[in-house]
Design a protein around this ligand. Structure first.
Ligand code: BGC
Length: 258
C-alpha cells in the first residue's frame, strides 16, 4: 500500500470523480475526509465504503464557494482526524451558456467554487502543514479545459485556466515547505457533471469523435492518477499537469465541435 498512515481530504467526494479518488486513496491505505456541500446520504455512503476498506474517516461539509467555509472545512477535518497530509481540490461545477448570455450569478458560482474554493482551501491546508512542520501534497482536479477551449463554458474555462496558474505559483511558493502541487486534467469522464455529453447514443458518438483512444473515461482513471501524485512514487514531480484524457487534448478540432 502506497499511502499507509496518510490522511487525505477530498473536496466534492460524495459522488463522481471525488468519490472514486477517495476510495482509491483508501485502498492504498489513506484515511479519508469526505467533503461535500451537504452532509447527506451520498457523503455518508462514500464514508461507509472507506470504512469497509478498513480505513478511518469522517464527513465534513461546506460551500466551497464561500471562503469562510473553505477554512472551516479544513479546520473541521483537522479537528476530527488529528491532521491532514494530502488535499485533493476536486469539487467543481459547470454551466452551459453562450458567452453573450452568461449571467453574473453563474459566473460567480463557477469561479467561486472552482477557483476561489481551491485557492482558500489550499491556503488553509498549507497553513496547517506549516504550523505542524510537516510536508504534504496538493492535487487539483482541473480539466483538459485548463488548456483546451470549450465553447459555451467560458466561466468554467476561466476557472480551470486560473487553476493551472495557481498550481504553478503554489508549486514554487510551497516547495520550501515540502509541499508539492500538481494538477490532474481529466478529459471526458462519465460522471453526473457531464451526463448530457454521454447519456444518449448520439451524444456518445459525437463525444467519441473527440477522443483518440475511443473510450469515455471512468472516474477510476482519475483515482489511479491521484494515487500516483499523492504517493512517494511521484516525489520529484512538482508544478505539473497530468492529462488523463485518452488523447483529447491533442485534438484541435475540439474547439469547433465541442
Ligand atoms: C467537463 C465535461 C467535459 C469534459 C471534456 C470536463 O472538464 O466537466 O463537461 O465533457 O471536460 O470536454
Amino acid at each position: 500500500m502506497k499511502l499507509e498512515g496518510k490522511v487525505a481530504l477530498i473536496t466534492g467526494s460524495a459522488q463522481g470523480i471525488g468519490r472514486a479518488i477517495a476510495l482509491r486513496l483508501a485502498r492504498e491505505g489513506a484515511d479519508i475526509v469526505v467533503d461535500d456541500r451537504a452532509d447527506d446520504s451520498r457523503a455518508e455512503s462514500t464514508l461507509a465504503e472507506v470504512q469497509a476498506l478498513g480505513r478511518r474517516g469522517c464527513v465534513v461539509s461546506g460551500d466551497l464557494g464561500t471562503v469562510a467555509d473553505d477554512r472551516r472545512v479544513v479546520a473541521d477535518a483537522v479537528a476530527k482526524m488529528g491532521r491532514l497530509d494530502i488535499l485533493v481540490n476536486n469539487g467543481g461545477v459547470e454551466k452551459n451558456a453562450s458567452f453573450l448570455e452568461v449571467t453574473e450569478q453563474d459566473y460567480e458560482l463557477v469561479l467561486n467554487v472552482n477557483l476561489r474554493g481551491a485557492f482558500f482551501t489550499s491556503q488553509a491546508f498549507a497553513q496547517h502543514l506549516q504550523q505542524t512542520r510537516r510536508p504534504g501534497r496538493i492535487i487539483n482536479i482541473s480539466s483538459v479545459h485548463e488548456e483546451l477551449p470549450f465553447p459555451h463554458f467560458s466561466p468554467y474555462c476561466a476557472s480551470k485556466g486560473g487553476l493551472k496558474m495557481l498550481m504553478r505559483n503554489l508549486a514554487i511558493e510551497l516547495a520550501p515547505l515540502g509541499i508539492t502541487v500538481n494538477n490532474v486534467a481529466p478529459g471526458a469522464i462519465a460522471t453526473p457533471i457531464n451526463r448530457p455529453a454521454w447519456e444518449t447514443p448520439e451524444a456518445l458518438e459525437s463525444l467519441l469523435k473527440l477522443i483518440p483512444y475511443k473510450r469515455v473515461g471512468q472516474a477510476i482513471d482519475i483515482g489511479k492518477a491521484a494515487v500516483w501524485l499523492a504517493s512517494d512514487d511521484s516525489d520529484y514531480v512538482n508544478g505539473q499537469t497530468l492529462f488523463v484524457d485518452g488523447g483529447m487534448t491533442l485534438f484541435p478540432e475540439f474547439a469547433d465541435g465541442g
